[in-house]
Design a protein around this ligand. Structure first.
Ligand code: EPU
Length: 419
């Protein structure tokens, strides 16, 4: 287990490239189960979550080759049972359920366990697949879905949820007839998945909006695809620049996906500028920032995956800021650790009240989940002294080479092996 030492007080400057999106890559990798032909997927970030997904696909019988961000997957002869040992490590492995069911008529996947960011049920994944004709059974910690007579189109309301929208959309590509997803998730990662599926030969319309219509097709074929930039990694580095930067430039971003994050950072008084094509952005820190009120919401609202990082920024921004997480109201584990660094934060019923102080001070802190760990790294960048962040594996789940990227921007960070 690694830990990160962040020596605070160094100004960040320069430019880095943003990696491909983790949350788009995961379902896209799973979607390659829908065809026996090879799929080539580019800009897959080298993070442990994508590594787990690749291990799950290999365990299912896929032939996978990976080299510098490009993954080639051929799912010619696959099993219908995802191994518990791998599935238990990552909640997102639930997204193999839809493609396995559609391809094999049966899927056995372990029921995901508890999650530190809150209770994360899978009822909508199951309700959606049941509506397409699957029979659901629970036994021995596993969910078994069977569709002996194949899947058939249906009208389903998925309450704006991201994972269920992807799972049902993948299953519906090979179902007979028309599927309509009402209250679909409109996240860019869902649109990227739909673009991948359509290129494979699926017929999906409306992805990226609240209503998705899928006309089932008999089969899908292999393709090449480049994953969209990771808007949460981009947002995290935008906040790093606002906290500790002096002109930090991020390349390979997508302006359209960053609107809510850009608005929030600009409201605090910092400056964000994009080039004409919207794929390069520069953040300029303002010496007189101000507090804001923030509420997380499904896309295009402010993402829950950026809530912890903004809390780190607001911890040293004058005024009182109020942050409410409506998606995961229990996702405030970072606040207890930020308080160990001197932050003045009170959390009550999914809302954090942050009173900005001039400077945090270093302390040994513990990463509890992916975005909470990112918040601790950001806070440590301007804290007085050297902050030691343990359980770094959380951050390695979703940030590609974060310590190397911070070093490129001039930060003083060291990764050490924990004993
Ligand atoms: N929900 C249900 N029933 C379900 C599924 C979800 O009640 O069957 C609830 C959840 O408990 C939660 C809300 O609906 O309160 C949102 O869940 P959703 O399905 O949208 O989230 P997810 O697919 O499990 C993805 C991202 C998360 C991100 C959320 C929200 C991936 C792999 N994960 O999770 O990313 O926070 O959408 O945008 O795409 C992260 O990257 O740090 C992360 C946690």
């Amino acid at each position: 287990m690694d830990k990160l030492i962040v020596h605070g007080g160094v100004t960040l400057r320069g430019s880095i490239n943003i990696s491909g999106s983790k949350n788009a890559s995961l379902p896209i990798l799973a979607a390659s189960l829908l065809t026996p032909e090879p799929c080539i997927i580019r800009h897959v970030p080298d993070v442990s979550d994508t590594n787990y997904m690749i291990q799950i696909l290999s365990a299912l019988g896929a032939d996978v080759e990976r080299s510098s961000g490009t993954v080639r997957i051929t799912c010619e002869d696959i099993s219908d049972q995802a191994p518990y040992e791998l599935v238990r490590r990552m909640r997102a492995s639930i997204c193999v359920m839809g493609p396995l069911l559609a391809r094999k008529g049966r899927a056995v996947v372990s029921l995901p366990g508890g999650c530190v960011i809150g209770d994360r049920p899978v009822d909508l994944h199951l309700r959606g697949l049941e509506a397409l004709g699957a029979h659901v059974e629970f036994a021995g910690g596993n969910i078994t879905l069977t569709a002996k007579d194949g899947l058939h189109g249906a009208e389903i309301n998925l309450c704006g949820t991201h994972g269920p929208t992807g799972n049902v959309m993948m299953a519906a590509t090979l179902a007979e007839g028309l599927t309509i997803i009402e209250s679909a998730a409109a996240e860019p990662e869902v649109l990227d998945l739909a673009n991948f599926l359509n290129a494979m030969g699926a017929n999906i319309q409306g992805a990226g909006t609240r209503r998705i219509v899928i006309e089932g097709v008999p089969e899908l074929h292999g393709i090449e695809h480049t994953v969209i930039p990771d808007r949460i990694e981009a947002g995290t580095f935008m906040v790093a620049a606002a906290i500790a930067g002096e002109g930090v430039t991020l390349r390979r971003v997508c302006r359209d996906h960053l609107k809510a994050i850009t608005d929030a950072i600009e409201q605090t008084g910092h400056h964000v500028q994009f080039n004409a094509t919207g794929d390069v952005c520069t953040v300029q820190r303002n010496g007189h920032p101000r507090g804001i009120d923030l509420v997380t919401a499904p896309y295009p609202g402010f993402p829950t995956d950026m809530q912890a990082q903004m809390t780190a920024l607001l911890a040293t921004t004058p005024d009182v800021s109020i942050i409410k997480d409506t998606i995961f109201p229990q996702r405030f584990m970072h606040c207890a650790e930020l308080k160990r660094m001197g932050a003045d934060i009170k959390v009550d019923h999914g809302t954090a009240v942050v009173r900005g102080i001039p400077q945090l001070s270093a302390a040994p802190v513990m990463a509890s989940d992916l975005r909470a760990s990112a918040a601790l790294v950001l806070a440590a960048l301007t804290a007085k002294g050297s902050t030691e962040i343990i359980r770094l594996y959380h951050i390695d789940r979703g940030y590609e080479h974060i310590d190397e990227k911070l070093l490129m921007l001039g930060a003083n960070v060291e990764r050490l092996k924990e004993r």
